[in-house]
Design a protein around this ligand. Structure first.
Ligand code: FES
Length: 231
């Protein structure tokens, strides 16, 4: 509580000049993609999240300054979406889906096991700074329940054992590739840059394939369409 109050009452420290100047150039390249500057707020929040690993007061001030918004307006948006974090984040944000389907398929057990194994609670980070653990809401991958997401990339059909092996590999610094991606995971800050709209230059980044469960759903929808909706 004290830490939260301090963050709310202390004036943010401005970015160092070289960081501010670089961000200003990058922010302009993003803003130029939109007819109205304020429409660029979501990617700009990812951009500032890529600097410190979370949306700090400094980042909020920067977005407000670039877009002609008030800090209250930027704060309102950044606190609405759960992809913007308000506290420092580890290299890997591990989200365990505990929404209805994943929960009944084992998501609750996975989350409980990772809390026990890592010795942290929801929203906390391991002392080595590698993993931040959260339970997350449905990310529309219910056909692969229960799912775990690392830096918003999917790991399908998880079990407590496979999720434990996953976080151990991340903490050992091993290269890990998500279930339906062709590229190795990058860090949370690097992911934030990609979400801001900068090119994904990881080898294999465009080689991902939809999984069998997704294709089965697509086939079923096509069959229903061809038969005029009759089942
Ligand atoms: S309930 Fe977990 S992805 Fe939908």
């Amino acid at each position: 509580m004290t830490e939260v109050l301090l963050r709310l009452t202390t004036r943010p420290v401005p970015y160092p000049k070289e960081v501010h100047d670089r961000l200003e150039v990058e922010a302009k390249s993003i803003i130029d993609c939109y007819p109205q500057p304020r429409s660029a707020l979501l990617p700009l929040l990812h951009l500032v999240q890529s600097v410190e690993g979370y949306v700090s007061g400094t980042g909020i001030g920067f977005c407000a300054e670039q877009l002609g918004l008030t800090e209250a307006e930027v704060t309102a948006v950044s606190t609405f979406y759960s992809m913007y974090r308000r506290t420092p984040t580890g290299d890997y944000h591990v989200g365990v889906c505990t929404n209805t389907l994943c929960a009944v398929m084992g998501g609750d057990e996975i989350f409980a096991e990772l809390k026990r194994h890592l010795g942290i609670q929801h929203g906390e980070t391991t002392t080595d700074g590698a993993v931040t653990l959260e339970h997350i809401e449905c990310n529309a991958a219910c056909d692969y329940a229960p799912v775990v997401m690392v830096n918003w990339e999917f790991f399908d059909n998880q079990t407590p054992e496979s999720a434990r092996a996953l976080v151990d590999a991340l903490r050992r610094g091993e290269q890990v590739t998500a279930a339906r991606s062709g590229a190795p995971l990058c860090t949370f800050r690097e992911t934030a840059r990609l979400l801001a709209g900068f090119p994904d230059e990881r080898p294999g980044a465009n080689d991902g394939e939809p999984g069998a469960a997704t294709l089965a759903g697509l086939r079923s929808a096509r069959d229903a369409d061809e038969s005029g909706g009759a089942q």
